[in-house]
Design a protein around this ligand. Structure first.
Ligand SMILES: [Cu+2]
Length: 211
């Protein structure tokens, strides 16, 4: 081989594989603190918010646009963060697997956050009940965001089980007795349940971001 070809081959061996691998990964765009606003997002190249991903390797283009905020992404096998106090652009290559992922600004996690699922995520089981006497219940009272199956045992002819909260508004009938199962997607926030006939029969369910 002529020396020049060897050099080109060597150069290609050193630099091309990573460049090519990077170009092949689907790209996502993370953005936080545009014009120092309290905004945070993770979007696909078309601009749609990421709600679900297939397992695999992704390049995340991170634009931390403010010194007040940062972008923290976490979930199974992934824990990446820009720093508060810096404006920075970065590309993170990450390989999420089945599970729930969250992102937030560490300084304002309650205001600036988001979440998505990757691959297969088993629904959280929640058991709820009303009656037979004047009682109402739901367990567990704190769960993480995502798919959930709520099984309601309605054992009362005089009370029902209504559940309301972000994206959910379901109820059993007052006279109805029996078991029903609701498939829902729980968002961060507080959900409440309260019998339509006896307002004292009530409680709440707290839904948290992925830990
Ligand atoms: Cu912030």
């Amino acid at each position: 081989m002529a020396p020049r070809i060897v050099l080109v081959a060597l150069f290609a061996a050193l630099f091309l594989p990573s460049a090519l691998a990077r170009a092949d990964n689907p790209r996502l765009i993370a953005r936080v603190g545009q014009n120092d606003s309290f905004t945070i997002s993770l979007r696909d190249p078309s601009g749609n918010p990421v709600t679900h991903l297939d397992p695999g390797t992704y390049d995340i283009e991170v634009h931390d646009l403010s010194e007040e905020h940062n972008f923290h992404l976490h979930g199974p096998g992934v824990d990446k963060s820009t720093s508060i106090g810096d404006v920075e652009d970065a590309v993170w290559t990450v390989t999420p697997t089945d599970g729930k992922y969250g992102f937030e600004c560490a300084a304002h996690a309650n205001l600036m956050n988001g979440w998505f699922t990757v691959g297969q995520v088993a629904p959280t089981s929640i058991a709820a009940g009303v009656g037979p006497k004047r009682s109402i219940s739901l367990k567990p009272k704190t769960v993480a965001v995502g798919p959930a199956t709520i099984t309601v045992n309605d054992r009362s002819r005089v009370d029902n089980f209504p559940l309301t909260g972000p994206g959910v508004n379901r109820k059993t009938g007052v006279v109805f007795r029996g078991q029903v199962s609701w498939s829902v997607t729980l968002q961060p926030g507080v959900y409440s349940y309260r019998s339509d006939k006896h307002k004292a029969l009530r409680g709440s369910l707290v839904v948290t971001l992925p830990s």
